[in-house]
Write a protein that binds this ligand. Structure first.
Ligand code: CA
Length: 227
């Protein structure tokens, strides 16, 4: 699964340079030129990481960072602030607003990419891991192979994405709506019962004989995997 990065930057040459270099590293990149555009985009999807310029026309990067931090869907999304200000007081202010890291312009591209990877490793190691393991189930993102106890498990594309989504957050209970948004995407209209159908298929594919199903049905809440 690709890591989606939202770059909020009004300087076009810098935005183009960031997009080019992040895409070359395998990230999916979206660019917003100002706060309004950024807020519109995050209402449509949740990025995995936000690169936020401090000095933006209109709503400032700091104010956006503060808003993102109190938003239910964005509060755990890592934010890297970009700024020309290198003052210690600003750095502290940026970090206290909730940014995860801070990069001072001008910066070198390798350093910037390294900072992004470091933040992702810290905040969501499962987002950049090639292999996910939960209990006796292993999912390889490079080969798209899934196995349980060393036995190969064959899954349809939707069941694969569903399992990957579950395995990123073992033990966490997801509502049907969260699973729909995370696996099918917000733009797709799918009935919530479709989720039940695919969870059922995934359970069946993962389980042999008397093996326990790792997928728990949480009454009135949704489903959880492992944990
Ligand atoms: Ca700027």
């Amino acid at each position: 699964m690709t890591v989606k990065v939202l770059v909020v930057e009004d300087e076009e040459p810098l935005a183009i340079m960031l997009r080019y270099n992040l895409e070359a590293e395998g990230f999916e990149v979206d660019v917003a030129e100002n706060g309004d555009e950024a807020e519109l985009k995050v209402s449509e999807y949740t990025p995995d990481l936000i690169v936020l310029d401090w000095m933006l026309p209109g709503v400032s990067g700091i104010e956006l960072c503060r808003r993102f931090r109190i938003s239910k869907s964005l509060r755990s999304v890592p934010i890297i602030m970009l700024t020309a200000k290198g003052e210690e007081a600003d750095r502290v202010r940026g970090l206290s607003t909730g940014a995860d890291d801070y990069v001072v312009k001008p910066f070198s591209v390798p350093e910037f990419i390294a900072r992004i990877r470091a933040v992702l490793r810290r905040t969501s190691p499962e987002r950049i891991a090639d292999v996910l393991c939960v209990r006796d189930v292993t999912l390889n993102r490079e080969t798209h192979q899934v196995s349980r106890n060393g036995r190969e498990v064959r899954l349809g594309p939707t069941e694969y994405r569903l399992l990957e989504f579950f395995m990123q957050s073992p033990g966490r209970v997801f509502s049907r709506e969260q699973l729909l948004n995370g696996v099918w995407g917000r733009d797709v209209y799918v009935d919530e019962r479709t989720v039940d159908v695919h969870v059922g298929r995934l359970r069946k594919a993962l389980t042999r004989g008397s093996e326990p199903s790792h997928i728990r049905t949480v009454r009135g809440a949704g489903y959880a995997f492992g944990g």
